[in-house]
Every structure is written in structure tokens, then in C-alpha cells.
Design a binder for this molecule. Sequence first.
Ligand SMILES: [Zn+2]
Length: 354
Amino acid sequence: MENTMKAVVVREHGGLEQLRYEDVPIPKVGGGEVLLRVKAVALNHMDLWLRRGLPEGPGIRPVHLPHVSGGDIAGVVAEVGSGVNHLEIDQPVVVYPGLYCGSCLYCHRGEHSMCHEYEVVGEKIWGGLAEYTLLPAKNLEPMPSGMSFEQAAALPVAMTTAWRMLKTAAQLQPGEDVLILGIGGGVSTAALQIAQLIGARIFVASGHDWKIEQAKTLGASAGFNYHRGSFEAWIQEATGGKGVEVVVDALGADTWPMSIRSLSEGGRLVVCGATTGDRPDISIRELYQHHRRILGAPLGNQEEFRITLQLAGQGKLEPVVHQVFPLSDIQAAHQLLEAGEQFGKVVLKINEHS
Ligand SMILES: [Zn+2]
């Protein structure tokens, strides 16, 4: 094996020009670790933040430069460290993107994303935007046959988070109404598929008519363009004044007040992000007087990841890939995600010596 690999390295925070496609040393594998030959990586908003520089605030951890991001990874096993017996060289695998200690109270309960040491692959340690990446062996799951590497890379963060939100946290039931905001985003699009699998009636909202139309082809019954005004009035009308049992809001402060007013009696708001800000101006009375609940979920646990992976292998969930770029076109991929012009995941494909 050669000693160097291509990687997307951020040496200084800033614009697209800070994404440098260059040679770096291939990491050395240690005990309990696996060196993965990366085949495909999907982008998340985290990758944009890590390039631009993170905002300051609670729950934000500093990152050390130079850095290689990328948390949504599919690839093949290139080398295993000591003590790793359950994986074979060249085996196709998908990466559970939550890093966890494996020994704390929450890890013992199987709640890996609640671990005291929880972080996401590619956030502090180097991630998958490279020809090779180093991971704990316990994070790797066999890739179901019949899936492409691009589809597999599109699954982990989005599907595991959406599963946690809709199944585990909100416990969405067949026949219930759900409103999914920001349709076209990774988690929102995964939520649409999971809601469809559950058998809920699905409403979506977006600032783009074409995304609403696309969502209808995936099972949404109706959609609302934010440019038409407030979606709460539309939801109340569409549900005969009842409101929806569940709102999936991956956006943040801008939409929270309307999201809460769109809920039925006892309705649940599930949240997994704060891209539009984390200080919403909400009414406490509008919450408790209607028995409404707010549920947070940054990512599901590894068992939830396995469930979504199995369902994808069976064709019951199909990760939506918007566009695939070669790794060397990383700037164009960031630009597309930054502009919000995608429906589904933006994926980088890594060929040997690409
Ligand atoms: Zn732990």
C-alpha cells in the first residue's frame, strides 16, 4: 500500500476555496480499529459548518485544523487492527456515524447517541472525505447486498435521525397526520419515507414548488410553499381544524412558533437541528394548554441504524441521492448543498486514484 492518499483538507475556515483536494498520509490502524477504503461519502450541513467555522454557542465543540470532515460513509475494509475478528478484508460496510465510549451508563443501555463522549464521525476526528479513513471496528455494519455504495452513504445520518424522530421519539402511528418541513433536506426526505412506511398521511413544506412535486411522487398527500405565507393556517384547513399529530422541524427558530400552532391536541414536535437559529420566540401556553410535547433527537442509536439499513436492504426504505460528484469536485458539491438546491443527499464518489 502507498503511504499517501487524496483527501479534502480544510486548513483555514472560509469559502469553497478552503476545500483543498490534496495528498495526506494514510492513517495507521490501531487496536480495535479498521482502515476503510472509502467508496462514497454523503455531505451534511456539518460539513459546511466545519469548512466555514462553527458558530459559538451551547453544544458546539471547537474543531482543530487542518481537518477532514465527512460522517456519512460507505466503503470496504482495507486493513483491520488487533482484536478485530468479525470483519474481512474487502468486505463492503456502512459506518454508524456516532462515536461512543461503549462503557458508560447510556452505552450500556444501547443509547449510543446519549454517550458522555458522543460525537459524530468527521466532526473532531477526521472523517470520510478521503481515499481512506480510520474508524472503530464496532461502528461498522455489513452493507446489504443490492445497495450501491452511493445509496449506502446517503443513509446513516439522515435515516437514523429520522427513524429516531418519528418511530422512537414521536411514535408516529398509521393514519396519523405528519407535517415535514424543509422537504428535500436529508433528514426531511428520510422522514418522508419512514412516515410513508408507517402509513401516516404526509404534508410537506418547502420554499420550492419542484421539491413539493417531488415529495408527492414519494407519497406526500399535499405540500405548501413558504412563499405563500403561514403554513399553520394551511395545515389547520387541510386537517379540518384538528392540526397534525406530528411536526418534523429540522430547521429551527424561524419555524418553531408556526410548527407548534400546527399541532393537534397532544401533538408532538420533533426536532434535530437549528440551522435557522436556536432561540425561538414561542408561547409556553400554546404548548401546555394543548398537551403538546417537544422531542429532541440528534441521531438514533446503532440498533436504529441497523434497522434502517435492513429496511433499505429489503427495498422498504430507499435513500434518495440527488447527485453524485467525484471527490475532486468537492467545491461544486458544497456549493450545491449550500444553495439548498438538492432533493435528497449530495454524494461524493471515490474511485481509486480519482
Ligand atoms: Zn458511552
